[in-house]
Design a protein around this ligand. Structure first.
Ligand SMILES: Cc1ncc(COP(=O)(O)O)c(C=O)c1O
Length: 395
């Protein structure tokens, strides 16, 4: 893979016609080390956030040994890329064939479920295996998070006691898991959910071996600056220690976004300016799905050899396809003299950005280049700096 120091070097030397994904392995490494060193339990990387094989290797090298996979494709990808990794199949609704292949071909022993039907499926598919770690997913609120995950999965409250009891009979290790929604803006998201875990354990009177607080750990985006991750970890640890579980019970988490948001940005070119609308060569069907569909703004900067001294103004983006929905309202703040032929770096697209690309309308092709400069925002501090309580660092 090509290397450049920064987006500017690349834009000046190559003037790329296609969007270019800029990769920052050092930023993903730093995020992974932060979780490995500071989360008071085990961190599983949620592969869906960014399934790039290069990233998987970076995370593995940084000490992430467990991977949350949600599909047969992800099971095969991680098994092929990191043969010594431990896979946890954390989608609560799986094809029976997928469970069987995961267990018998890839040695997967950890599965999540949220219904009795799924438990029966797991029993059948694994031919009554006795060495399973089964995690029952609770329904918890997404009220503190920017993206809800509250309606699709989670055991119905009136089924919970029965399901925990039945799962306990099947499992070697019984766990409880949940997901507070993505980009949780306060540690209360996790502590409230851990209260639901406490209620479930008390009501069902089962012995629980694993508590998995899921994903939802935030990253930094314009207008979304969360507290330091250490405050999340401390709050989770305190609640976990207070649960009625055995001394040897394990605490897990499944960060996706927090491990990879800073890994990638995208270098795009302005193909046309119409007033405050910029027509760029990436969009809703490329890496900007969330910018188009849920109106997220990402950090942007003009990449031009001679720095612009024009004041910043609000811009919206149109993507390259012929579709009206290929529109990112923003506002994206850029120098008011920006024009056709200029390049823009759009930051913080490592999670659920580059992973969402399609080839719609023939615009899917992109180059990937490793850069060594810093991401535009960071929750982990730059260089040797440590993350601090008010810890969003801006370039
Ligand atoms: C089961 C599960 N775990 C973890 C994650 C990762 O969440 P996040 O990227 O918000 O950390 C997801 C995301 O959808 C998920 O469904």
């Amino acid at each position: 893979m090509h290397k450049h120091h920064s987006a500017l070097g690349l834009a000046t030397a190559k003037r790329p016609v296609q969007p270019v994904t800029l990769l920052r392995p050092h930023a993903a490494h730093r995020a992974a080390r932060f979780f490995v060193e500071n989360f008071p339990g085990k961190s599983l990387y949620a592969v869906k956030a960014n399934p790039s094989a290069d990233l998987l290797q970076v995370l593995w090298d940084a000490g992430i040994t467990h991977y949350d996979v949600a599909s047969m494709g992800e099971v095969r990808l991680v098994a092929r890329t990191l043969p010594d990794a431990t896979l946890c199949f954390m989608h609560p609704v799986k094809a029976e064939e997928a469970i069987a292949e995961a267990y018998f071909v890839h040695g997967v022993k950890t599965f999540s479920l949220d219904s009795y039907d799924e438990l029966l499926k797991i029993r059948r598919a694994t031919k009554g295996a006795a060495d399973l770690n089964l995690l029952v997913r609770l329904k918890v609120s997404s009220e503190h998070s920017k993206l809800s995950l509250a309606t699709k999965f989670g055991t119905d409250p009136d089924e919970l006691t029965h399901l925990l009891f039945e799962t306990r009979q099947t499992a070697d290790a019984l766990g409880i898991c949940f997901h507070v929604g993505s980009q949780a803006m306060t540690p209360a998201a996790f502590t409230d959910a851990l209260e639901r875990v406490r209620d479930a354990i008390v009501q069902s009177a089962v012995t629980v071996d694993v508590v998995d607080v899921g994903g939802g750990f935030p990253s930094a985006y314009p207008g979304m600056e969360p507290p330091a991750l250490t405050t999340y970890f401390a709050a989770i640890h305190e609640k976990f220690e207070d649960l009625p579980i055995s001394y040897s019970a394990e605490l897990w988490c499944e960060p996706g976004r927090a491990l990879c948001a800073e890994y990638s940005s995208v270098l795009v070119r302005v193909e046309r300016r119409r007033g405050q609308d910029l027509y760029i060569n990436d969009g809703a069907y490329g890496a900007l799905f969330d910018a188009a569909h849920i109106g997220w703004t990402y950090p942007v900067r003009l990449i031009r050899q001679e720095e612009s001294h024009a004041e910043l103004a609000e811009f919206s983006f149109y993507g390259p396809t012929c579709d009206d929905m290929d529109f990112m309202k923003g506002p994206f703040m850029l120098p008011s003299d920006i024009q056709q032929g200029d390049f823009i770096e759009i930051g913080m697209l490592g999670a659920y950005g580059c992973a969402m690309r399609t080839g719609f309308n023939g615009f899917g092709v992109e180059d990937r280049v490793v850069v060594s400069d810093e991401p535009m925002l960071s929750l982990y501090g730059y260089g040797a700096e440590q993350a601090e309580p008010s810890n969003v660092v801006r370039l």
